[in-house]
Design a protein around this ligand. Sequence first.
Ligand SMILES: O=C(O)C(=O)C[C@]1(C(=O)O)C=C[C@@H](O)C=C1
Length: 293
Amino acid sequence: MSDQNAPLPAEPKPATPAMASTAPPFRDLAAVRAEIDRIDDALHDLLMQRADLVAHMAASRLKNGAPTFRPGREALILRRLLQRNRGALARPALVRFWREMIAASLAQQGNFTVAIPAETGEDSCARLARAHFGVLTPLKLHSTPFRALAAVAGGESAVAILPPPEDAERPDPAWWMQMEAPRLRVVAALPFLAAPDASPQGYAIATLAPEPTGRDRSLIRIEPGADHSRPRIAALLTAAGLPPRWLIRRESPLPMALAEVPGFLAEDDSRLAALPFPRLTILGTYAEPEPEA
Ligand SMILES: O=C(O)C(=O)C[C@]1(C(=O)O)C=C[C@@H](O)C=C1
């Protein structure tokens, strides 16, 4: 037997059937479509099983009164799937499918609406809310970000999606300056799939306890002292082991700064104790977004 005809070493077995090649050598269109129908049936069976499990979880009080919306758990699900994603399925498509699926299971577990401030523009909160909570989740429009926050604080909506903070001076206080923390907390940065150095296009705010995911970021609001310029605040945070990814400062109606720092920051974190600011509030902690490509 020549080398050419020698039996080939066995192909390494895929770790799971899902990782097997999905492009068998079909010769005619009808055969490919029959295979697609077979896969659709299998997917549908699994989706029904998933929905039944969620229904069981909701009905059996397995969650024991815990909130329906678990942004940390959602981030962990998506991270795990993105990690195992292979072949032709694009990462944005994968995230799209699962966001719709998760939105469906949120809807299954009770009334779930998203509060957003009325606005226009391509990067609007409505577009982010649709991308994150799917096309069927009801969006409730409010005249201002504060009213959207009040709807969440009052239990009318489960979550608000608000625009990213900007340091441009405006007559009105920004939402982050008046947000009632820790009752309200930033629980997600959107979109979840983003360029590694991109700033979030919006934030999700809810009345939830923080949940670490292993790779998180935290938002801290600082009421600075007289000698705490923006560079000085950045230097103090860095010296304390909390180098800001970004930092903004507003002067009106009161001097206030907001910093995003890497990691999951708890109220009792020793790094906070050393900081000399008159007041510091953790506004939230959330999963670091995953890279698009
Ligand atoms: O794990 C839960 O607690 C669920 O409610 C299930 C589920 C999901 O569909 O996977 C739905 C909503 C939560 O935000 C997180 C996860």
